[in-house]
Design a protein around this ligand. Sequence first.
Ligand code: FES
Ligand SMILES: [Fe+2]
Length: 399
Amino acid sequence: MRSPIPVDEFDASCGSIDSVVALPPETFTSDEFHKFEMEAVFGHEWFCIGRATDIPNKGDYYTLNVGNEPLLVTRLADGSVRVQANVCQHRAMKVAEGSGNARRFKCPYHAWVYGLDGKLQSAPDLNDSPCFDKSKVELPGIRSAVWEGFVFITFDPDIPPLGERLGVLGSYLKNWGMSDLRSASPLSWLDIPVNWKIFGDECYHCAHLHAKSWGPMYETTSERIDYDSAANEPVKGVIAYDLISEGEDFSPTRTGRTLQPVLPGLTTDERSRLVYVTVAPNLLIIAMPDKVKYFMWLPTGTTSSVFAATWMYPESTLDKPGFTEEWEMEVSDLGQVMEEDIYAWTTVQAGMYSRNAPRGRYAPSEVVLVRLNEWLVQKYRQADVAAEATELVSADVTA
Ligand code: FES
Ligand SMILES: [Fe+2]
């Protein structure tokens, strides 16, 4: 479909920070536009759906929904990860719920049984039928790739491999050894009633919205933000900045320092910064001296999303006596920051419906949002041009 908002209207949201303005408020509220955007962005890009490290053993699995697509992510016997439709090929029932370990998946409705690899193994009353070929039925696979322990998928069979997109970022974050980090707790989604773009990360607000919460733990004035991180590849939707610490191993905790052992292999320079990287459209990686956190979000509707925040450490840290207590303390110290963010996100979403909702100017330290806009607008334009071409072809055929 074509963009319900003329694509040229987005151009004012790209370019020089001295004149650029936010995307039109309708891009945060319109059901029509959301439909277009789901196809333009989520239909034609790699995006993250969790951690392969959360399913380390054969038969481990988890499920999630991406828009209208129920998905099942499984660890196969050969050690690879398979992402497949969680949609029974009989009558579209989900074959699995939640997460766990399984030898096979039995659909609860009529007991069709699928292997971990999605192949149909059994269908009651049809197994011996000469007019039913089990070998032709499987849960459809979704194109996927694992990068640094993160599972990514795309619904587009033609876009370049994920490695081409994230190679530079992989080198930048190499010393954090993300493939070997494990989540401190199972992935847990929070429903937040906002359009998914509201989660766009910047640190203009850190010194203001979080003045009393984050502020005393970690100093974040605009001068301490380096927006020219070498991890940046905005055209690929990789948008990065570093918060420069006052010294080594500073961290937003009640002591102002890391509470866990520093990751081996980090340089002095890497220990003296917090690295923030958005991998558009839905992942924010935060690399710190003792851990890597990631935030992930997925749209569930025009103005509803699910959001997850996860903390990752080396196994040696997770196994440390007293780790859980210290970690819970650190999470609770940042609880206020999270509440403030959620308050801001939901209030901004409400404001987007106002007849006075602005296409506001950006401050210099919001350049990350401008980079995100530029990536988005490129996606909008590609989809709109493709839809226009299809319309012209069908007009030609019917003429
Ligand atoms: S819907 Fe799954 S077996 Fe019928
Ligand atoms: Fe925030």
